[in-house]
Design a protein around this ligand. Structure first.
Ligand SMILES: [Zn+2]
Length: 442
């Protein structure tokens, strides 16, 4: 039996009844949370050692990223040849579709390990990833699963089906991985039916994706109305807007994720709500690609579940939260908005999403939940309680350095040193592989 205490910290439980416990402690037993209370209470109750001294630190549930692209790692520092892309379609054609095609077997594995290290560094313990590597497609999800397992995180994986190289490419890889997930019943890994976007999949491909997803009871993970091209293409080819097309073909539902949803109207929001589909907001990526501001505050007020992702831009979730907070204030020219909604997306809604996929409860510090933690250096300069926690989170903790990251009771990073993986060695190998890969693109 493995048991220990995290003690002397400020414990923020989140969950339905968020509690801020000053001089708090958590009792960890066999990868789960056994108890939560004050340090004095838990030290008297349990005779095990204090393994993590959280003095001058805040103990939060590990952060969750609801949309990531591990494979985008090797784009860092790369300058795409030719003129700068003007439209979103050009960004895809000149950078991403060339880059993903240049990924070989080792690139897939190493480009997953690097963001996994960055997740550990940022206290992100659960990730929902969306992968593409047309030149090394079959078996690619197993390589990423290996990297996730070595890093010690929890991840939901899928391959983005697209007709752009070959009709229906990637459906078999998703089905193969879903079959594996069904037999393994892993606490750490999960599969979805990934699709790139409406603009790159025919109706025939959508029907095949649906057949495959239904066979395994899987949800869909698809970019929706990100660039205006997705919207105009759907109107031109099918006579309906993007969401209407997807929902009418059954590509939706309570286990499905619509990523971005920038160019959607009121009718499409009604369809998203009615189909119980979740929307994932990626504000930094949207700003980077200059595609517009998703009206997620409106969606939330209509009862749509909206989570927060990074879209491969980064693995730092509090930074993404603050970006969301700022962009919606600017966009609405209303300083009353987003104070509650931006943290809601990250700290509560992402937990609702992850808890649909994983058999252990994540995103909350309570008895029986997974022992997944992000422990941040933060000494509150003013009184802190459950009533004003959001103010501390948005304006203080967002810049706090993560000191310790724990998943299922296993310490992946301690005193800012990543223990789970050899960061220097992996980065050195990644640089070598990226240099070769870039020559294949150029
Ligand atoms: Zn994406």
């Amino acid at each position: 039996m493995s048991e220990y205490l995290i003690a002397n910290g400020i414990v923020v439980t989140l969950g339905e009844k968020n509690q801020v416990i000053l001089d708090g402690a958590v009792y960890v037993k066999n990868g789960k949370i056994g108890d939560v209370g004050t340090t004095k209470e838990l030290k008297a109750k349990y005779k095990c050692s204090v393994k993590v001294n959280a003095k001058n630190k805040v103990v939060l549930p590990g952060f969750i990223c609801a949309h990531h692209h591990f494979y985008s790692t090797m784009a860092r520092g790369f300058c795409p040849p030719g003129a700068p892309a003007l439209t979103f379609q050009e960004i895809l054609e000149r950078l991403w579709w060339k880059l993903d095609k240049a990924l070989h077997k080792d690139d897939v594995y190493y480009s997953a390990l690097i963001p996994i290290i960055e997740c550990i560094r940022n206290g992100t313990t659960t990730v929902i990833d969306h992968h593409a590597s047309p030149s090394y497609r079959d078996g690619s999800l197993d390589l990423i699963a290996d990297a996730v397992t070595e890093g010690g995180l929890r991840a939901s994986l899928c391959y983005e089906v697209s007709d752009r190289n070959e009709p229906g490419a990637g459906i078999a890889e998703n089905e193969r991985f879903l079959k594996r997930m069904r037999s393994e019943k892993s606490e750490f890994l999960h599969g979805m039916m990934g699709l790139h976007a409406s603009v790159t999949v025919s109706d025939d491909t959508l029907a095949k994706c649906r057949k495959g997803a239904e066979k395994y009871g899987a949800g869909y993970h698809i970019h929706v109305a990100e660039g205006v091209e997705d919207h105009t293409d759907s109107l031109k080819k099918y006579g309906v807007r993007t969401v209407e097309r997807l929902v009418s073909r059954g590509i939706c539902g309570k286990d499905s994720l619509f990523i971005h949803c920038i160019n959607v109207d009121d009718k499409e929001m009604d369809l998203i709500k009615k189909s119980e589909t979740t929307v994932v907001h990626n504000p930094e990526s949207n700003m980077n690609n200059a595609v517009g501001v998703a009206k997620v505050l409106k969606m939330m007020s209509r009862g749509i579940l909206v989570g927060l992702g990074t879209d491969g831009m980064a693995s730092d979730m509090p930074a993404q939260m603050r970006c969301s907070y700022l962009v919606h204030r600017l966009d609405s020219r209303d300083p009353r908005v987003a104070f509650c909604e931006a943290p809601q997306m990250l700290l509560w809604n992402n937990a609702v999403i992850a808890n649909k996929f994983f058999p252990v409860k994540v995103g909350v510090i309570e008895k029986g939940a997974a022992a997944d933690f992000a422990i941040l250096d933060y000494i509150p300069p003013t009184d802190m309680s459950a009533n004003n926690f959001l103010g501390h989170f948005i304006f203080g903790m967002v810049d706090a350095v993560v000191d310790t990251t724990i998943v299922a009771g296993k310490i992946l990073m301690e005193n800012k040193k990543v223990l789970a993986l050899d960061e220097e060695k992996i980065a050195a190998q990644s640089r070598k592989l990226a240099a070769k890969m870039w020559t294949r693109i150029s």
